[in-house]
Design a protein around this ligand. Structure first.
Ligand code: SUG
Length: 448
């Protein structure tokens, strides 16, 4: 049976703004308070989805969330009408209003961890929504994420959904941003690679000194159990705490994998040789030939990687078996990174082509091409069981761009977030979106 890697991209929501909310994420910190352009952000994301669809890849779309999250503000003690809740929060606790307005659900690599049916004990695709509990503005995403994923992958014969892990730091889970799967074919059993930043219960593992390590070993282990993965099909590795302290807040800022290939920076991991050997031997047991491409620090520094998002690229398999890298424009702007990419693609190795995308609006909050997509490996039968409303087609692209043009502002600054009209605009837009994507009622304002 045929199988595919389907990329579901997060559609940027109407409140996209630069709130400076993510300590440890250099771009989010340095662009704090700049005014944003939500319309441009959404159109840049849609342009990437369209381009991948036109290249022949399976492409889907994941809906944004209701923001400002008035219910979250009510839980924090603000009361009255929705407009009063927003006005009071703006007056008394602006940082909480900013957090409740974040469009951060666009970075759907953090929405969930997904294990394909070929890897799981019950032969279903398993999805665990990420609790994202390291940052308050992201910790409020998972209830709606679960409803949206439930509406996209509704068929229980093929899809099993797990609620987010307990929302405490010991089980900090950032979803697929720290998870990679290696395999020969997408429909065959593979090796799932879980990268953690620290251990919550075992102090033998070193932790970063400056910035938080968002993913714990214990969270990854819980996901492995929930998904029913075989021990032989799992490899754990620790992220180098020093790179977390340099701004590598997720592993997908310093490594990306696809098929049998891991593309990574020399400084990305601890115990790298042991980790590579384990990946090699476990993939060999399922008939695969693990290959790695290490980018030396002499060619690209960690700082270059953080600024350019070289590794936050999408590594895609082409029909002839070679690979293509989708990178953000910032890679072209960095001389060393661009020189490295030129030499990589001309060296006769597996990665033959680089395509550059302008994702500046998202990049300024630390979200590159890989952050914007959730990968779901599906066989033909499973793909047919996905809600067809969320699979990208030329007409859907047309409807979504028209929808963005109609509803989105082209400028948003912090003072605009206090405008109760923004909530109404967002709800009107999302109500229409659920019809376009055939999701049914998934938002708090639609179900309460
Ligand atoms: O969680 N930025 C996101 C970026 C997530 C990137 N995702 C992956 N690497 N997979 C984060 O730090 C910034 C929001 C703000 O500051 O307004 C933010 O949430």
């Amino acid at each position: 049976m045929k199988s595919y890697e389907v990329n579901f991209d997060g559609l940027v929501g109407p409140t996209h703004n630069y709130g400076g909310l993510s300590y440890g994420n250099v771009a989010s910190q340095s662009n704090s308070q700049q005014s944003s352009n939500p319309k441009e952000a959404a159109l840049q994301g849609l342009a990437k989805m369209k381009a991948l669809m036109e290249m022949g890849f399976q492409q889907g779309v994941l809906a944004p969330q209701e923001r400002p999250d008035v219910a979250a503000l009510r839980r924090l003690g603000f009361s009255g009408t929705d407009a009063q809740v927003i006005e009071r929060a703006a007056k008394e606790a602006m940082p909480l209003l900013v957090a409740s307005c974040s469009a951060s659900s666009m970075w759907v690599a953090n929405a969930a961890t997904v294990s394909p049916s070929a890897d799981t004990a019950d032969g279903r695709v398993h999805l665990t929504a990420a609790n994202l509990n390291c940052k308050y503005h992201r910790s409020i995403e998972h209830p709606t994420t679960s409803r949206v994923l439930g509406a996209m992958f509704a068929n229980q014969q093929h899809f099993a959904h797990h609620a987010a892990l307990p929302a405490v730091a010991q089980f900090g889970d950032e979803g697929a941003a720290n998870h990679t799967r290696f395999c020969r074919e997408y429909g065959e059993a593979g090796v799932e690679f879980f990268v953690f930043g620290r251990s919550a219960f075992d102090n033998r593992f070193p932790a970063p000194q400056k910035y938080p390590a968002r993913q714990t070993l214990e969270a990854s282990q819980a996901v492995v159990r929930l998904h029913g993965l075989r021990e032989e099909g799992v490899v754990y590795a620790q992220q180098n705490p020093n790179v977390i302290d340099q701004g590598v807040f997720h592993n997908d800022v310093i490594a990306v994998g696809n098929g049998e290939v891991l593309f990574y920076h020399e400084d990305a991991f601890l115990e790298t040789d042991q980790m590579l050997a384990e990946l090699q031997s476990k993939l060999a047991k399922v008939g695969g030939n693990f290959q790695s491409v290490c980018v030396p620090r002499s060619a690209v520094t960690v700082d270059d990687a953080v600024r350019s998002y070289l590794f936050n690229s999408q590594l895609l398999s082409r029909p002839d078996g070679s690979m293509l890298l989708i990178v953000p424009q910032e890679c072209q702007a960095n001389e060393r990174v661009w020189a490295y990419l030129q030499s990589l693609t001309s060296s006769g190795g597996l990665i033959r082509e680089v395509k550059v995308f302008d994702l500046k609006q998202s990049m300024q909050n630390g979200g590159g091409p890989a952050c914007l997509r959730l990968r779901v490996a599906l066989n033909e039968t499973e793909l047919a069981a996905v809600n067809p409303g969320v699979i990208m087609t030329p007409p859907l692209y047309g409807s979504l761009t028209a929808w963005v043009e109609k509803h989105y502002r082209d400028r948003l600054s912090e003072t605009d977030l206090a405008d109760p009209q923004l909530l109404l605009e967002c709800r009107t837009a999302l109500d229409e979106l659920t019809q376009i994507l055939k999701l049914g009622a998934v938002y708090p304002f639609q179900i309460n």
